[in-house]
Design a protein around this ligand. Sequence first.
Ligand code: C2E
Ligand code: MG
Ligand code: MG
Ligand code: MG
Length: 299
Amino acid sequence: HADIAMYRAKESGRDSFQFFTQEMQNLLDARVALEQGLHRALQRNEFVLHFQPQVNLRSGRIVGMEALLRWQSPELGLVPPLQFIPVAEESNLINAIGMWVLDKACATLRAWLDAGLPVVPIAVNVAASQFSDQGMDQLVRATLERHGVEPRLLELELTESLSMENPEASIELMRRLNATGIGMSIDDFGTGYSNLSYLKRFPVHKLKIDQSFTRGLTSDPEDRSIVTAVIRMAHSLGLCAIAEGVETEGQLRVLAAEGCDEIQGYYFSRPLPEQAMVAMLERGLRMDLAPLAPSVRRR
Ligand code: C2E
Ligand code: MG
Ligand code: MG
Ligand code: MG
């Protein structure tokens, strides 16, 4: 991944003006190579989805899962999304990739339903440029119909900044998406520009508390205050609160004590390849709630 890493590093640190150097030529070459690689990845079907379970803190049950994109490149190995999504966004490839993700998530649900598995909703990440397409709701509807999947089994994860780029248009599109019966959540909540007067009008169902706040839960009192406030606010707006990036029992305890509804994170499971996720669904795996017993009694 050396080329990609170099490209990203330079991209973020570049000066406002520079002479054209060999180094810049190399960067450009690396970027072009990456773009071509992503084109080929679509043609050769090299993208894969991994799935990370979302667990309800009262029942311990898996109540949903997030689909997370990876690129299984013959040359580079398994490439994580942060190494190619930014370039895909800049080069407009993200729309085609996003459509592939949506289609694959629905095809996977169909396959699991056909296999008689206990299926839960799959959440799919949506990029800003996908969301600026006002035909997004029709696209979603057509994809669900093509696979014969109920809308309640699909959720879209939007980010705050995405919805703020053009709030009125976003709210319109969200309303139409909401009318299709799918779920919607705000991802990485707290890291964007949270305009609360808009949040009030967003027809979403869930706030996903960003993992940067989860990380400091047991060490940083300010992070704990933020998380507590977000959970309260979610509930008072009638929304479900889910914490991302939960890694430790300590974090789990605090979240349960503060009334967080769901968690997602390495504590329960890393994102899994499809076969491993199927095995987990078949075993009907539940989270062991024993660590929560004391805090639950206190409530
Ligand atoms: P995200 O949507 O906020 O996804 C959560 C990220 O946190 C995932 O990283 C996940 O693997 C990671 N994570 C989950 N639990 C833990 C934990 O306990 N500790 C830590 N340290 N990390 C945890 P991943 O898969 O590398 O994805 C990174 C980002 O790439 C995603 O952040 C999302 O913004 C983007 N992305 C992933 N798939 C897609 C996609 O299909 N389309 C678009 N547009 N973006 C995607
Ligand atoms: Mg997400
Ligand atoms: Mg997130
Ligand atoms: Mg994130």
